[in-house]
Design a protein around this ligand. Structure first.
Ligand SMILES: *[C@@H]1O[C@H](CO)[C@@H](O)[C@H](O)[C@H]1NC(C)=O
Ligand SMILES: *[C@@H]1O[C@H](CO)[C@@H](O)[C@H](O)[C@H]1NC(C)=O
Ligand SMILES: *[C@@H]1O[C@H](CO)[C@@H](O)[C@H](O)[C@H]1NC(C)=O
Ligand SMILES: *[C@@H]1O[C@H](CO)[C@@H](O)[C@H](O)[C@H]1NC(C)=O
Ligand SMILES: *[C@@H]1O[C@H](CO)[C@@H](O)[C@H](O)[C@H]1NC(C)=O
Ligand SMILES: *[C@@H]1O[C@H](CO)[C@@H](O)[C@H](O)[C@H]1NC(C)=O
Length: 478
């Protein structure tokens, strides 16, 4: 290092020292934590440590069952390992750079700008990342002191082994003051209990490098959601986007146009473009809402004048339904599967409608959003994310059919009733079922004693019938 008179080299050396000091700090912090911990006389046994560090798998259940909360040694050691790795990588980078600088010594005319960039990208940022990592180490929280001190930890955490899940569900305390904006002193990230059933998939989902790009696995997340692991945890990786994303069409054009293929990521679908989704081949990947990528057909829906004899008596027009309560229908929810045409039509009537959308075989969410409408990515498993008595209208089509279990339907309808405001409309559109089941389903819809504003039963085939209804929620004076 004969060339270390140069300022840049001195700087590098200084930084190298800095990180060695930082590394030492980590070790001191962790050792002192462990020390205080043992001094507190916490009843941790050797086999417990071994279990945490080595034979984790086979004792996981035992750990979960054991309701004595215990200090999370594994988490701490992993975290420290992570920080040390980061510092190690930084050190290697710095050493490499120093060598490179020595080599290029004679030509050393690096501009200040390059210097600044190098410092920012290669040193300041990793150092800061290590700093954040240090802050995030979960230290054990002791209640009381002396030999009677106990650890205060949520027992559910020990059900899971993958570190990122454990970090996710650890209650996060407020950093400033006592209570946060919600009036609680900590935030619990919830994960659905169904996640335990899909532990392997969930662990796969949460297996990523923090801060880097996520795997191409939105379909895994959707599978978890549909199977009851709902809500799925948030992740700290960057979601992928279409490489060729163009800005969407302006609103005066987007509403009735199939979006451009390149604004969608197609890798997880049977079809690779909208033309294929529009075609009638059986392998296109979705079976519900046939023709819903054909805007010419979509334009005819819920418009009485446009389809004089194409429309059945079960198809009410939007004009007729809105005329039940002129000016009163302003916001609503469309619960179904589709490309948002109902919301598009309602928008033209100055009504804001949110459309539920799961990407079941086709990019429904993206299409709705690219048309300039709001897709709501929720499953059937979930309570609707709206408060009581808020919606003017709930419209449902193409989704509630004769397949639905009566108890499940009961929960769904009660939830819709909760969300609908007094005087709001429930529009059941082309519900179909076996003729012999019709009485059951009619009972379900009528149990709330809504006012029948429109009601129509129409044969679909020999033993199936359509039911369409517009029902008005009565006032609840209690
Ligand atoms: C130094 O730079 C000159 C041109 O700027 C180049 O020709 C020469 O090869 C460089 N020397 C080294 C050791 O990089
Ligand atoms: C610890 O607990 C025992 C019994 O539970 C009690 O007798 C003792 O006074 C406690 N010690 C302290 C320091 O609180
Ligand atoms: C949409 O609006 C833009 C700007 O307001 C206008 O230039 C364009 O011609 C409109 N397109 C159509 C199809 O009306
Ligand atoms: C969709 O298919 C229909 C016929 O099935 C055709 O008339 C229409 O032009 C197609 N739309 C697009 C955007 O390809
Ligand atoms: C619709 O009605 C017109 C005349 O009213 C008739 O010519 C046409 O065949 C009908 N279309 C269908 C699909 O029934
Ligand atoms: C929607 O609102 C616009 C602007 O306020 C108005 O010009 C238009 O007539 C309204 N459309 C309907 C169907 O009420």
């Amino acid at each position: 290092m004969k060339s270390c008179l140069l300022p840049k080299c001195r700087l590098t050396r200084l930084l190298a020292w800095l990180q060695i000091v930082l590394g030492g700090l980590v070790v001191v912090v962790s050792l002192s934590t462990l020390f205080t911990f043992y001094r507190a006389g916490f009843p941790i046994h050797h086999e417990d440590i071994c279990r945490h560090v080595y034979g984790v798998k086979e004792t996981a259940a035992a750990t979960a069952l054991n309701d004595q909360p215990r200090f999370d040694v594994l988490s701490l050691s992993n975290r420290i390992g992570e920080v040390l790795n980061k510092l190690d990588r930084l050190q290697q980078k710095l050493e490499f750079k120093v060598k490179q600088m020595e080599k290029n010594d004679k030509n050393s005319s690096i501009s200040t700008l390059e210097y600044k960039k190098y410092l920012e990208d290669e040193i300041v940022r990793p150092l800061y990342a290590a700093h954040i990592d240090l802050r995030q180490i979960r230290l054990p929280k002791l209640d009381g002191d002396g030999p009677n001190a106990t650890l205060n930890e949520d027992p559910l955490i020990n059900t899971f082994i993958v570190e990122e899940i454990r970090k996710y569900i650890t209650p996060k305390e407020s950093r400033v003051g006592k209570v946060n904006i919600y009036g609680t002193d900590r935030v619990y990230n919830a994960i659905g209990h169904g996640c335990v059933r899909y532990k392997k998939e969930l662990e796969e989902y949460m297996d990523y490098d923090i801060g880097s790009y996520c795997k191409d696995d939105w379909d895994l997340a959707q599978r978890l959601m549909i199977n009851g692991c709902d809500p799925v945890p948030r992740r700290r990786c960057l979601a992928r986007a279409s490489k060729t994303y163009q800005r969407p069409l302006p609103i005066n054009e987007s509403l009735w146009k199939v979006p451009e293929d390149r604004n969608v990521r197609w890798s997880r679908y049977a079809c690779r473009n909208f033309k294929c989704l529009n075609a009638t081949n059986a392998k296109r990947g979705y079976s519900k809402c046939s023709g819903c990528f054909d805007m010419e057909k979509e334009r005819l829906k819920w418009v009485a004048a446009a389809a004089p004899n194409g429309s059945l008596a079960v198809d009410f027009s939007i004009d007729d339904v809105i005329a039940i309560k002129p000016g009163e229908i302003r916001i609503g929810l469309d619960f179904g599967i589709g490309t948002g045409t109902f919301a598009a039509r309602m928008r033209e009537h100055n009504v804001t409608v949110i459309s539920t959308a799961l990407n079941l075989g086709a990019p429904f969410s993206e299409v709705i959003a690219l048309r300039g409408l709001v897709p709501l990515y929720v499953t059937l498993n979930q309570r609707l994310p709206f408060f009581d008595n808020t919606m003017d209208m709930i419209h449902t089509a193409g989704f509630l059919d004769g397949w639905i279990d009566l108890l499940l339907m009961d929960f769904i309808l009660f939830d819709w009733d909760r969300v609908l405001r007094p005087g709001g409309l429930l529009w059941v559109d082309r519900f179909f079922c076996k003729r012999k089941d019709l009485d059951d389903y009619m009972y379900m819809f009528l149990q709330f004693r809504y006012k029948k504003r429109k009601w129509s039963v129409y044969p679909k085939s020999k033993d199936e019938v359509y039911l369409s209804a517009v029902l008005e929620k009565p006032p609840r004076a209690i």
